[in-house]
Design a protein. Structure first.
Length: 135
């Protein structure tokens, strides 16, 4: 088992990662009867995509001897209805200034992000917009 989720009333859950005992809480979003004081479950999915992208780039970068500290991913989640779901995720990756990489290496890192396990697990009906900003 990976995690345990306990409902705490008020549309809030407490989630525990069993290997590390790290805890996070979720709330329903304000547009769906929630307080919006924590990540919503769909926020976590969007965040998981960004985290997976940057982690897989980090794995590849380490194997190439490249330091990616300071690289950032901004993710925007766009909901749709009928049925209510994430209709689109926009993920923009920003690399730190001074990171001098050739085009081949940039392509390798971008490809690793575009094929991360979370990206590969998303439903094909969900639109995905990824951009890579090499400052």
């Amino acid at each position: 088992m990976t995690s345990q989720i306990i409902y705490k009333s008020g549309l809030r859950t407490s989630c525990t990662h069993l290997q590390s005992a790290t805890e996070i809480e979720t709330d329903a979003p304000t547009d769906n009867k929630g307080k919006g004081e924590r990540f919503s479950p769909t926020d976590l999915l969007a965040t998981a995509l960004g985290s997976c992208m940057i982690t897989t780039m980090g794995i590849k970068a380490e194997s190439l001897g490249i330091e990616l500290d300071g690289t950032r991913v901004d993710v925007t989640k766009i909901m749709v209805s009928d049925p209510r779901r994430i209709g689109k995720l926009v993920a923009h990756v920003f690399f730190p200034a001074g990171l001098n990489l050739d085009d081949k290496t940039k392509l390798i890192l971008e490809r690793s992000a575009r094929t991360c396990p979370v990206e590969r697990s998303l439903h094909p009906d969900m639109e995905l917009d990824m951009a890579f900003n090499w400052e």
